[in-house]
Design a protein around this ligand. Structure first.
Ligand SMILES: NC(=O)c1ccc[n+]([C@@H]2O[C@H](COP(=O)([O-])OP(=O)(O)OC[C@H]3O[C@@H](n4cnc5c(N)ncnc54)[C@H](OP(=O)(O)O)[C@@H]3O)[C@@H](O)[C@H]2O)c1
Length: 256
């Protein structure tokens, strides 16, 4: 049920901490993977790791916030592997770099966070789904949201919570619109995952203690913690599941 042999997955953000770990996991499950990022070096490194373990992967350098580049990334994936079955949207974040009181949140930082998290998900997904519709045999869209789509945090996160709230809403909207094409759309919503993006926040002992005190399982996530849910949403095992947002948070949202 979880076998992805013969499937082609594109991972915008595939050179990142979470994207590269998911690329490895999807390749191990049998999928051919296209990894997309602006830095060719970063996606090349992730591709080399997948290839070293016997997987099939290609690196594509493109800016996912540009419609033509997003379309080119899909075209190159199809050129390389013949089709697109799965898109895992792994671009986003930035919250820790732009912490501001809500009443002072500057417009340019707001626009940057929305672009990094929402536009970078929107454009590659539109291009991938146009391809899936043309293929005519369904597909899978997996978004990476955050518990911040559902929960506030007293740490200057206005733009990020708005962006992830938009991802949650789009997950439900796309699931509704694209069901007629046999395309399912689901999201994972992690709490903090031990990655470079949040290293400085988690490096503050007071902040980390406050976060851990709210997580029943008593730790933050690892990139490996995300793989099981992503494999579920990519595979036949989830054929009757769509529009769902699965929190991966050690029980954090259960306590709220
Ligand atoms: N880390 C966490 O604690 C955590 C928790 C909850 C949710 N998340 C979510 O998980 C996702 C991945 O996070 P992460 O920690 O893996 O971040 P990351 O390591 O920074 O990876 C993001 C990747 O996206 C690429 N990227 C950024 N802008 C791009 C653009 N315009 N076009 C193409 N590629 C672009 C970056 O590569 P280039 O700069 O080379 O383009 C980078 O490799 C994000 O949506 C984040 O919000 C993370």
């Amino acid at each position: 049920m979880f076998d992805l042999t013969g499937r082609v997955a594109i991972i915008p953000g595939g050179g990142g901490a979470i994207g590269s770990a998911l690329a490895q996991g999807l390749a191990d499950a049998g999928a051919a993977i296209a990894l997309v990022g602006r830095s060719k070096e970063r996606v090349d490194q992730a591709v080399a790791k997948v290839a070293a373990s016997g997987g099939r992967a290609v690196a594509i350098s493109a800016d996912a916030t540009d419609p033509e580049e997003a379309q080119r990334a899909i075209n190159e994936t199809v050129g390389e592997f013949g089709r697109v079955d799965i898109i895992v949207n792994a671009i986003g974040g930035g919250a820790g770099n732009v912490l501001h009181d809500a009443q002072e949140y500057p417009g340019d930082d707001w626009d940057w966070i929305m672009e990094l998290n929402v536009r970078s998900t929107l454009l590659p997904t539109q291009a991938a789904v146009r391809q899936m519709v043309e293929q005519g045999d369904g597909g899978r869209v997996i978004n990476i949201s955050s518990v911040r789509g559902q929960l506030g945090i007293n740490a200057g996160y206005s733009a990020y919570v708005a962006a992830k709230g938009a991802i949650d809403s789009l997950t439900r909207q796309w699931a509704t619109e694209w069901a007629k094409h046999g395309i399912t759309v689901n999201a994972i919503s992690p709490t903090f995952v031990d990655t470079p993006q949040v290293a400085s926040l988690l490096g503050d002992p007071e902040f980390k203690a406050r976060i851990l005190s709210r997580i029943p399982l008593g730790r933050v996530g690892t990139t490996d913690d995300l793989l099981g849910a992503v494999l579920l949403f990519c595979s036949e095992a989830s054929s009757f599941i769509t529009g769902q947002i699965l929190t991966i948070d050690g029980g954090l949202t259960a306590t709220q």
